[in-house]
Design a protein around this ligand. Structure first.
Ligand SMILES: NC(=O)c1ccc[n+]([C@@H]2O[C@H](COP(=O)([O-])OP(=O)(O)OC[C@H]3O[C@@H](n4cnc5c(N)ncnc54)[C@H](OP(=O)(O)O)[C@@H]3O)[C@@H](O)[C@H]2O)c1
Length: 271
């Protein structure tokens, strides 16, 4: 199966909120015909209504793909709408956090190929990163297809086992919020040093955005990039001595934060 089959057989999107809309925008941008897309959502947004996709109404009999993008707590209510598509012919891709493959297998029936994906919010600007893992009924071509679909909203990586998903959720799924908080606190620290709030915020946003882009594109790894901007006994070194403290620095702090998110993801997965 490939994107051509998706255009021919159809794609059903269950739940079109923030993540569903970000993906839909990417698919349309990449040339998937609006007429090949069916959306199920109780309150279609104004933006969605203008996209020319099928909203509500009868679903195609055997669509190539169903993408599940409802909140985990809505799953039991929403999945029955696509239950008839379980059983083999349709690939199911879920982006729901903390919802294990086994739950979809239980609700959609045996032999259903299911891929669990964890995207993140920069997907909204095509700069997300999504991790994928499939159940035993998925093959290489299913993963290739899911990858092609999710490349529309950023990079894609594949996992080796589903239990990695909790750590992925804690690093890249929830990660944008940590970076937003870094921006907030960097700006606040600038204000504490006497800068006006909006100037401090502009400096913090551009610094995080620019450094992120540099880290992604430079040949040097982030550790080397850090060394490159740290002159002995200079200003950066003074700050890094605080941030790299073994007990009170970023290292132990982020380790605790990521562990808390991963623990919560495991808890949610147990239901
Ligand atoms: N946002 C992220 O950064 C992110 C990252 C990774 C994974 N995810 C996952 O993506 C999924 C969606 O998250 P989101 O942030 O996009 O949430 P959201 O904005 O609340 O979107 C969920 C959408 O599903 C709709 N919905 C509710 N009940 C439904 C039903 N029975 N049938 C069909 N649609 C229904 C909601 O409509 P109403 O609003 O009218 O109820 C809403 O439009 C979640 O499972 C989340 O774990 C999100």
């Amino acid at each position: 199966m490939n994107m051509h089959d998706v255009a021919k057989r159809g794609l059903v999107l269950l739940g079109c909120g923030k993540m569903g809309s970000a993906m839909l925008a990417g698919w349309l941008r990449n040339g998937l015909p609006a007429a090949s897309i069916w959306v199920i959502d109780p309150h279609p947004s104004e933006w969605l209504r203008k996209q020319g996709v099928n909203i509500g109404g009868a679903l195609p009999q055997s669509p190539a793909i169903v993408v599940v993008a409802v909140k985990p707590q809505m799953m039991a209510e929403a999945l029955p709408d696509v239950k008839s598509l379980g059983g083999g012919a349709t690939l199911v891709i879920s982006v729901a956090a903390g919802t294990p493959l086994a739950l979809f297998e239980d609700m959609l029936g045996e032999n259903t190929p299911i891929i669990r994906a964890m995207p993140n919010t920069p997907a909204a600007i095509g700069r997300g990163i999504t991790a994928l893992i499939g159940n035993g009924d998925t093959g290489e071509s299913d993963l290739d297809l899911a990858e092609a679909l999710l490349l529309a909203v950023g990079q894609v990586v594949r996992l080796e086992s589903e239990d990695q998903m909790d750590a992925v959720t804690a690093v890249s799924g929830s990660g944008p919020a940590y970076v937003f908080h870094l921006i907030e606190t960097l700006a606040a620290a600038g204000v504490a040093q006497g800068l006006p709030a909006d100037l401090a915020m502009d400096l913090a946003k551009a610094t995080v955005g620019g450094a992120g882009e540099l880290a992604e594109t430079a040949d040097d790894d982030p550790a080397q990039l850090r060394v490159n901007v740290t002159s002995p006994n200079g200003t950066t070194q003074a700050a890094l001595e605080v941030l790299m403290d073994d007990e009170t620095g970023f290292g132990p702090l982020l380790r605790r934060a990521v562990a808390a998110a991963a623990d919560r993801s495991r808890e949610l997965g147990r239901g």
